[in-house]
Design a protein around this ligand. Structure first.
Ligand SMILES: C[S@@+](CC[C@H](N)C(=O)[O-])C[C@H]1O[C@@H](n2cnc3c(N)ncnc32)[C@H](O)[C@@H]1O
Length: 236
C-alpha cells in the first residue's frame, strides 16, 4: 500500500479523533444530517452501485440513502472505518441485501482504477474533499488536485458534499439557514455572505464542482462554538 501521507488511524481528517468527536457531538448534528440526506434524495443518478469515497463510519449518512443501492464499494484511509460503519448501517443494508465491500487506501491515487473497476457506479465524496489540503505539504497541490477532479470524472454520475469555510460561532447565536447557489462562489464572496466576524478557514474547495453546477450550502455546527459551511452538489 502506498504511504498514506500521515492519514489513517491518527489523522487530521478522520481516524480515532473523528470517531470520538462524532460519538460526542452527533446528536447536535441532526439538522445537518437531515439536510445532507434530503439533498442526497434529490440526486437522480439512476445507478444500482455506489462508490463511497472517504465515508468514515458514515456518521452523517442515513441508512435510507445507502439502502437504495444494491452494491457499495467504500474506500477510506482509516482502518477503523469499516467496523464503525457496519455498527451504524449494517442492519439497514442487511435488511435489503446491499453488498458492502471495503478497501483501505487513498482514493486520489486509486481513482482511475476505481472508475475502471466500477463503470456503472455513482460516486459520492462524503465530506472529505475539504480536508485534502490537510494531507498535502506541497503548496498549491491540494487546490490543483481538487480542480482536476471534475475532468477525471467526466461522463460519470458523481456528487460531493464538502467543507467550504469553517470558523468560530458564538454559542447561543442562531444558526443561519441553508441556501442555494446557482454557480460557484469565490471563498471571499461566500465568507462575506455567511461568515460574520472573525477568522475563517478557506478549505480550497471553490472549484470542486463545475462552475455552472447548482448547489446548496448548509451550516454544520460541528462542536459548540464552531461552525462549518458545507457545499453540496451533484453532477451528471
Ligand atoms: C470527516 S471524515 C468523513 C465524514 C463522513 N462523511 C461521515 O459521515 O462520517 C473524512 C474521512 O475521509 C478519509 N479520507 C481523507 N482523505 C482521504 C483520501 N485521500 N482517501 C481515502 N480516505 C480519505 C478520512 O480517513 C476520514 O475517514
Amino acid at each position: 500500500m502506498p504511504m498514506l501521507n500521515g492519514a489513517g488511524l491518527f489523522s487530521l481528517s478522520g481516524g480515532l479523533a473523528w470517531h470520538m468527536r462524532a460519538l460526542r457531538h452527533r446528536k447536535g448534528w441532526s439538522q445537518f444530517i437531515a439536510a445532507v440526506n434530503w439533498w442526497l434524495g434529490t440526486w437522480n443518478h439512476g445507478c444500482k452501485g455506489l462508490l463511497l469515497l472517504g465515508p468514515s463510519a458514515g456518521w452523517c449518512l442515513q441508512g435510507s440513502f445507502l439502502a437504495g443501492f444494491q452494491r457499495i464499494h467504500a474506500i477510506d484511509l482509516d482502518p477503523l472505518a469499516p467496523a464503525f460503519f457496519k455498527r451504524l448501517h449494517g442492519s439497514d443494508l442487511g435488511r435489503v441485501g446491499t453488498t458492502l465491500t471495503w478497501e483501505r487506501g487513498d482514493f486520489f491515487e486509486r481513482l482511475d482504477d476505481l472508475l475502471r473497476l466500477y463503470p456503472g457506479h455513482a460516486i459520492l465524496f462524503t465530506n472529505v474533499l475539504g480536508q485534502h489540503a490537510l494531507h498535502q505539504r506541497e503548496p498549491g497541490r491540494a487546490e490543483s488536485d481538487l480542480k482536476a477532479l471534475a475532468t477525471r470524472l467526466l461522463g460519470r454520475q458523481w456528487a460531493s458534499f464538502h467543507d467550504r469555510l469553517s470558523g468560530t460561532w458564538p454559542t447561543g447565536r442562531p444558526i443561519p439557514p441553508a441556501f442555494r447557489l446557482e454557480k460557484a462562489e469565490e471563498a471571499t464572496v461566500l465568507a462575506a455572505r455567511v461568515a460574520g466576524q472573525g477568522e475563517w478557514i478557506d478549505h480550497l474547495t471553490t472549484h470542486v464542482l463545475p462552475d455552472n453546477c447548482k448547489r446548496i450550502v448548509m451550516p454544520w455546527p460541528i462542536t459548540p462554538g464552531k461552525l462549518h459551511w458545507i457545499e453540496a452538489g451533484h453532477v451528471a
